[in-house]
Design a protein around this ligand. Structure first.
Ligand SMILES: NC(=O)c1ccc[n+]([C@@H]2O[C@H](COP(=O)([O-])OP(=O)(O)OC[C@H]3O[C@@H](n4cnc5c(N)ncnc54)[C@H](O)[C@@H]3O)[C@@H](O)[C@H]2O)c1
Length: 421
């Protein structure tokens, strides 16, 4: 392997650009582990855009190619797959077979079967597979996990996770509302299912009601409009080209009860059609007290309520976890190894957390440690999200084991058929 890992970004849309900003942030912080040599996208304009901006950040311009053969000619050693979810398995299986270390954006695959195909390719390859799941890498979520591990709220008993809002507005792009391309309950849901398992361990069962409330979605950024949902400000130029309104085919609301292996019960609401007052809440109750978590990537503080003691919502929270230390890359990016809050504009937070993913990927490639989110965990997050949809479809309780074994597919069947897998 050459001194720096020869990397290509495959999929140069919104997240491809955001990943490139994350890589630049990592390098600015002194962790220059990769050389970005390729930008790959069948839509050449998107790859050209990424390559042009990369030239400004890195001082050298990656080559623009439109397929994986083009990358082979560049001698790539690693790829970062940020295509739309429908292509994650086709790209990742092939890159792993070519022996390229592969980091794939969430959701790891479009269905559980697609994830299992990637997992099998990873098992058969000497190359590393990493799933780019960012929310857990937020320093405040690291602190929450440390507090739980230290038993500060006692034994966890109950989780509330509620995310309500959105009305009939398009969430970033049309494909996020299409069942066969990744509906919103998968697109956003995998972040939350990963977070639930990160904080509280494996989920065993799911019972849910699901709905499609808003079959017509509206894109306010179409044409000359300007106010679409646009994380990190990168999506506007594509959103202008998208229709002003379109048919949504994927469910947009889920109301679920989850049980965890350790006995915790979760009440999970993910309603992307909510009107009126929006809600975002993640609360964990234990045998000694409770914890209120801030929004992922917000930098906000945790609040602890322990029986018989005053609430804590400031730096004193760190006294409860003397052994809590962030890893070296996170420490350098966020400017401290024991953080209880942080304050950066969202695009900066976004790229710092993506930089952490690249740091983890590079260290795993170098054999320093295993990746944090591997094929098994990436598959589990997708399995829990689809368990919610399968339960909504069948009206019964679904186990995650039967999901991973592909014994339930009432909901996913038509997606798998459309993928010919
Ligand atoms: N972790 C996060 O916070 C986060 C945020 C946004 C998106 N994402 C994920 O990133 C991925 C991309 O989302 P996005 O918002 O950038 O979508 P997007 O539609 O903006 O971009 C997708 C790009 O992939 C390209 N593409 C499609 N098929 C390809 C192929 N076979 N080879 C190469 N390129 C291909 C498209 O041409 C497009 O340029 C999705 O999996 C999404 O869930 C994650």
């Amino acid at each position: 392997m050459s001194e720096k890992i020869r990397l290509a970004i495959v999929g140069c849309g919104g997240m491809g650009h955001r990943h490139m900003y994350g890589l630049a942030e990592l390098h600015r912080t002194g962790w220059e582990r990769f050389e970005l040599v390729g930008a790959c996208d069948p839509v050449r304009d998107n790859a050209e855009s990424l390559a042009n901006q990369a030239a400004e950040h890195f001082g050298s311009r990656p080559a623009v190619v439109t397929d994986l053969d083009g990358l082979a000619a560049l001698g790539v050693e690693a790829v970062d797959v940020t295509t739309t979810p429908r292509y994650h398995h086709t790209v990742a299986v092939e890159t792993l077979e070519r022996g390229w270390h592969t980091m794939v954006e969430k959701p790891m695959g479009l269905t559980v079967r697609a994830c299992n195909l990637i997992a099998r390719a990873a098992a058969a390859s000497d190359a590393i597979l990493s799933v780019a799941e960012n929310y857990r890498r937020d320093p405040i979520n690291r602190l929450a996990k440390a507090l739980l591990n230290a038993g500060v709220i006692g034994d966890p008993r109950f989780l509330i996770h509620h995310a309500i809002g959105g009305g009939d507005r398009m969430l970033i792009s049309v494909w996020r509302h299409q069942k066969d391309q990744s509906g919103v309950l998968l697109d956003v849901g995998v972040h939350y299912t990963d977070m639930m398992e990160y904080l509280l361990g494996e989920i065993q069962t799911v019972y849910a009601q699901t709905r499609l409330y808003e079959p017509i979605r509206k894109n306010p950024a179409a044409g000359s409009g300007t106010s679409g949902s646009n994380p990190a400000g990168v999506y506007g130029r594509w959103q202008k080209e998208m229709p002003a309104e379109f048919e949504a085919t994927a469910e947009d609301a889920a109301y679920a009860t989850l049980t965890f292996k350790n006995g915790v019960v979760g009440q999970y609401i993910e309603d992307h059609a909510g009107r009126g007052q929006g809600v975002w809440a993640r609360h964990i109750y234990g045998s000694r007290g409770s914890m209120v978590l801030p929004g992922d990537r917000s930098g906000g503080n945790l609040t602890l309520h322990v029986d018989g003691e005053a609430a804590i919502n400031n730096e004193k929270i760190l006294d409860l976890v003397p052994d809590f230390h962030l890893d070296a890359v996170t420490t350098d990016l966020f400017g401290g190894n024991r953080l209880w809050c942080y304050e950066f504009p969202f695009p900066e937070t976004d790229r710092k957390i993506i930089a952490i993913e690249y740091g983890d990927f590079a260290e795993a490639i170098s054999g320093e440690h295993p990746v944090e989110v591997d094929a098994e965990q990436g598959t589990r997050s997708v399995a829990v999200s689809y368990a919610i949809l399968e339960s909504g479809e069948t009206g019964r309780l679904i186990t995650i084991d039967e999901m991973i074994a592909e014994q339930v597919d009432d909901y996913q069947r038509e997606i798998n058929e459309s993928l010919a897998i």
